[in-house]
Design a protein around this ligand. Structure first.
Ligand code: AMP
Length: 122
């Protein structure tokens, strides 16, 4: 399920407010379809989020028509990771739904790196 962003909608996500520059964020990349910015609570030396401008709630709530933008998010994750110097690798995570630990209902890729990450996650 996806919706277009409407600034008169009081239920907008925090990421929509970052996209609209209503709240600050350290923006690393922006194009017509997505934005990447540093996570406010980093879980690794480098931790940024890649977020589509058109609201898709989650991977779980996405549909096949979202394939192009979801693929674009991964390409941007790679490009920004390179820009941020993550030459030894990184992890891309998309928490989805309550059991996946998602807290913001606006699809986002976490990109984490800058240290050796353990597996499995908690
Ligand atoms: P998730 O729990 O997977 O939905 O991830 C949401 C992420 O958004 C968390 O890692 C938060 O630290 C991050 N976050 C929440 N508010 C902000 C904000 N204002 N700026 C940057 N990151 C944020």
């Amino acid at each position: 399920m996806s919706t277009s962003s409407d600034s008169s909608n009081p239920d907008r996500t925090i990421f929509e407010k970052i996209i609209a520059r209503e709240i600050p964020a350290e923006i690393l990349h922006e194009d017509d379809d997505c934005i990447a910015f540093k996570d406010v609570s980093p879980q690794a030396p480098t931790h940024f989020l890649v977020v589509p401008k058109r609201v898709i709630v989650s991977v779980k709530e996405s549909c096949d028509d979202d394939a192009a933008v979801m693929g674009h998010l991964l390409c941007v994750a790679r490009r920004v990771a390179e820009q941020e110097g993550l030459k030894d690798g990184f992890r891309v995570v998309a928490n989805s739904g309550p059991d996946g630990g998602q807290s913001v209902d606006h699809l986002h890729l976490h990109v984490l790196g800058g240290r050796k990450l353990t597996w499995p996650p908690g």
